[in-house]
Design a protein around this ligand. Structure first.
Ligand code: FPP
Length: 147
């Protein structure tokens, strides 16, 4: 188990948890490391969060990973983040499937690299019939767009 069992009240597990993947840059800066180091640590934190939510019986985990505002970041950082997303899918998809996770993608992914779109669709198709944690990955999402 990847969490402190005694710290969790089994009768009060939330149905839905939403995480804004924020603060990666500040986390890295406090450690005198580049932002990319923080983003990579953010991805690892997500991996642990998914596993823990699955083990605790949380039904839905929504992660806000990349907003419409994030396109304003330097191209190099955007490319790095897209690479991380691909790495996450490449490395974790089979394990997510094994854990029974249902991967769903929220947001308009049409501006993303076609290969990433294909991998996201593949992840959704592979896991659509699973019965475990629903992992919503919000990409290119934004309040303005929703309105
Ligand atoms: C915000 O931190 C974080 C992001 C904009 C990106 C989060 C996305 C990933 C780690 C990519 C991988 C995604 C998945 C779903 C595996 P920040 O840079 O705004 O930090 P700061 O506020 O401290 O500057």
């Amino acid at each position: 188990m990847s969490f402190e069992k005694n710290a969790v009240d089994a009768g009060r597990i939330p149905e839905h948890i939403a995480i804004i993947m924020d603060g990666n840059g500040r986390w890295a800066r406090r450690r005198l490391r580049p932002r990319s180091f923080g983003h990579r640590a953010g991805m690892e934190a997500l991996r642990r969060a998914v596993q823990t939510c699955g083990e605790l019986g949380v039904r839905v985990l929504t992660v806000y990973a990349f907003s419409t505002e994030n396109w304003k970041r330097p191209q190099e950082e955007i490319s790095f983040l897209m690479g991380l997303l691909q790495e996450y899918l490449g490395r974790e998809l089979q394990e997510l499937h094994r854990q029974g996770v249902v991967v769903r993608v929220l947001g308009d992914i049409s501006p993303l690299d076609p290969r990433i779109q294909a991998e996201l669709r593949q992840a959704q198709a592979l896991t659509a019939g699973n019965r475990g944690l629903v992992l919503n990955i919000a990409l290119n999402y934004g309040g303005r767009r929703e309105l």
